[in-house]
Design a protein around this ligand. Structure first.
Ligand SMILES: C[S@@+](CC[C@H](N)C(=O)[O-])C[C@H]1O[C@@H](n2cnc3c(N)ncnc32)[C@H](O)[C@@H]1O
Length: 445
């Protein structure tokens, strides 16, 4: 696309109705696993249709649960995504891998009955294996959050899943397993509010058996495969993701990378369009706090997970790094905040500083005439609206992007998972702000 064509198309797209209220965003694999602040699939889909052509390469450098990638592949584009969060990558890989629903159901039921049998017939040995699997800190975490009965049920399911050959069914069943833990109710753990990422231990809770939950979610996720998928066009149907498709055809149209958005490792000028949404500026959604409930089962230990957590954009761990040359828009907000809370001001400096590196990386990998669309909500820190969208737009301009505009979308609270702490402040100004989301449109000339 020429720069001016892209600029005009982006301007028009940003003026369109981007709310997508009343549409079903939980079709196909999008319904498989909760993920905080995930896109309604209609949003990346609309932008991809307006701003790229079949065969183009679409990047989401903070892919989350892979919504952009799934929609890109469904529209016949090639898709690349990066994320530092192992659970995000696990979910995205599964969602992007075509799978045969009846084989998935059959294998899932076989795993379930074998795990139940292992538990009943060989419980003692399972317990011994269990002791060997986790280090002290991770075992303490599991003991605190999961009842002994559920620990052993989960472990037996996991061992049966791990015994399957690498591939689409194992990936799919791993996501089913994870969705028994990460659920609004806190799933099979003793946590409440897990999907909202602010877990509380509730000793009065009687979590359902892991076997019962696995059976339920297996059935639900199998039913969701291809369910309610919007109509495929003829040229894109052969690339359908998790619609009816030959399961032997692994999806080679998508690539999921364990990499930071600040350093994707991609060649320069190799991407046609970027669509992404970074974390909030105030670390409002602490992804790892909830994700570790699932990841500990997949071999990640608590120490490693804490290390990854400190690398999240927007994390409030202080860093020694100096972030210079931020645009005036950002400097002014940081200075105003510093008058009220010096530490929070430093966190915000870190966020804008890291986002400056991420946006520079986007510019490096994007082709000339390509667009980068960044979707973000603003944050309220110590009573100050930090206007994250304006800060990021000005960072984009100082990186040499042309700003095509900033679109606004009203969040549908029922659809997009928001941090729980806002949920109790129905009428506050903060809540009103968190309902708005901004769509920043940048073009590389
Ligand atoms: C708002 S979520 C993205 C949700 C996604 N749009 C979806 O539809 O599921 C933000 C993502 O940024 C990721 N993230 C945070 N810091 C990152 C970094 N340094 N590099 C890459 N991804 C990062 C988080 O793990 C999280 O998955």
């Amino acid at each position: 696309m020429s720069t001016s064509t892209c600029f005009d198309a982006l301007r028009a797209a940003l003026r369109a109705d981007l709310d997508f209220h009343g549409t079903n965003g939980s079709y196909g694999p999008h319904a498989w696993h909760p993920f905080p602040a995930k896109f309604p699939p209609q949003l990346p889909r609309f932008l991809i249709e307006q701003l790229s052509a079949p065969g183009d390469v679409i990047l989401d450098p903070m892919l989350g649960s892979g919504t952009t990638l799934v929609e890109a592949v469904r529209l016949g584009r090639r898709a690349i995504g990066c994320d530092i969060d192992p659970l995000a990558r696990m979910i995205a890989v599964a969602k992007l891998t075509p799978i045969d629903p009846s084989a998935a159901l059959e294998e899932g039921l076989t795993v379930l009955s074998a795990a139940q049998r292992d538990c009943w017939q060989d419980g003692h040995r399972l317990r011994q294996d269990f002791q060997l699997r986790f280090d002290g800190k991770t075992a303490d975490f599991i003991d605190y959050w999961f009842l002994p009965q559920h620990q052993i049920e989960l472990f037996s399911l996991l061992k049966r899943i791990e015994a399957l050959p690498q591939g689409s069914i194992r990936d799919f069943l791993s996501v089913v397993f994870s969705s028994t833990i990460i659920a609004k109710s806190g799933g099979v753990s003793l946590a409440r509010d897990l999907a909202h990422t602010r877990p509380h231990r509730d000793m009065k809770k009687a979590p359902a058996s892991a076997f019962v939950e696995f059976a339920k979610r297996l059935e639900r996720n199998v039913a969701a495969i291809g369910n309610g998928m919007p109509h495929e066009t003829e040229e894109s149907s052969h690339l359908s993701v998790n619609g009816a498709m030959d399961s032997s055809e692994r999806n080679c149209q998508a690539e999921v990378r364990a990499a930071s958005a600040a350093d994707t490792g991609l060649p320069p000028e190799s991407i046609d369009l970027i669509i992404t949404s970074p974390p909030y500026a105030n670390n409002a959604i602490d992804y790892m706090r909830a994700h570790k409930f699932s990841l500990v089962w997949f071999g990640w230990n608590i120490t490693e997970l804490s290390r990854i957590r400190a690398q999240y954009l927007g994390h409030d761990a202080l860093s020694d790094k100096e972030y210079q040359n931020l645009p005036d828009q950002c400097q002014e907000t940081i200075a105003t905040l510093a008058e009220r809370d010096a530490r929070k001001a430093q966190t915000l400096r870190r966020y804008f500083g890291e986002m400056a590196t991420v946006i520079a990386e986007m510019k490096r990998v994007l082709k000339r005439g390509g667009a980068a669309v960044i979707v973000v909500a603003t944050s309220n820190l110590r009573g100050i609206d930090v206007q994250t969208h304006k800060g990021l737009a000005s960072i984009g301009e100082s990186a040499g992007f042309d700003l095509a505009g900033i679109g606004v979308r009203r969040l549908d609270r029922d659809k997009r998972m928001m941090p729980a702490r806002w949920g109790n402040q129905q009428s506050s100004q903060i809540e009103a702000r968190m309902h708005d989301e901004y769509v920043i449109g940048l073009v590389k000339s």
